[in-house]
Ligand binder design. Sequence first.
Ligand SMILES: [Zn+2]
Length: 338
Amino acid sequence: MIERLRHWLHRRHHPLRYAHLDALLRTQALNRDELLARQQRDLADIVEFAATHTSCYAETLTPFLDRSPFDINELPILKKDDVIRRMDDLLADNADRSHVKIGHTGGSTGKPLAFWYDDAKHELMRAGMMRSYMLSGWRPRQKILNFWGARQDVVPGGVFGAQFGDFIAAEHTIAAFEYTEEKLVEWARFIQRCRPVLLQGYASVLAEVARVVIENRLPMPKTLIGVYSTAEVLNDAQRQRMQQAFGCKVFNQYGSREIPNIACECSHGNMHVFTDMVFLESQPLKNENRLLVTSLTNRLMPMIRYDIGDSGRLLDGECDCGLPFPLMEMALCRQNDL
Ligand SMILES: [Zn+2]
């Protein structure tokens, strides 16, 4: 009863988020050809938008607009340094400057990067995350416990700061940027009391919680159906430890602060690229396959062929899970972790 009321309140509190979620679930029902055709249209649209609404891309992309269709391989690559240097020039000229906010990447490692976001972009990000969670069988209204390792995520006003929002979303966020052995045990005991359906957070933090769960033989609630690992590369040892400790499947989620919801692992263990949100390329560069990401939805701060700092490959073939999204494989090492 309380769960239903809470869910009703959450929907009312976030109409845009649920509208996005419904739209994303509809795209997920398309077939592969329809999806890829739509992706090509979205790509052409975002390139045109960037060229006409940002001074940064006006310089570099305008010559390509006359060539229809243009070849994506000829478009310039956006480097992290470009984002740092030209942040103001990347903000769309039609953005409402009184409502835009500055977010930061970084987490525990890597060079911090600032980026523009607003409430609409935040709501789409959260809707995309909800869709990923649903791949585990989770349904909106079921409890999620987040372990956030980045200080900027949990401070008041940070990306995940809302307390009331957390309450009606049945979400609880633990500020996991500083932890001791005692804290880890305390969090494991909190999982026992809270009885969440999903755990979500940084791979390194979740793996540490899993370690104390195993070492202290703390039984985990049977409510758990999935662990979503994000923001860092998840290695096999961490995955196995989490599966052993929490007794459920681990789902690797791929995305960053500046471009969230790039890909997510399905129940069959394959990484699917969300082609309704991104255009992903893998380009051979200095002995690795660098991933370049174009956000198809970001009309606040367009990012086209962004060198996100990771490597991986796009894979052919289908997955038996039935999702229409194409497959990818992450390389084990993430540049940010070095
Ligand atoms: Zn699959």
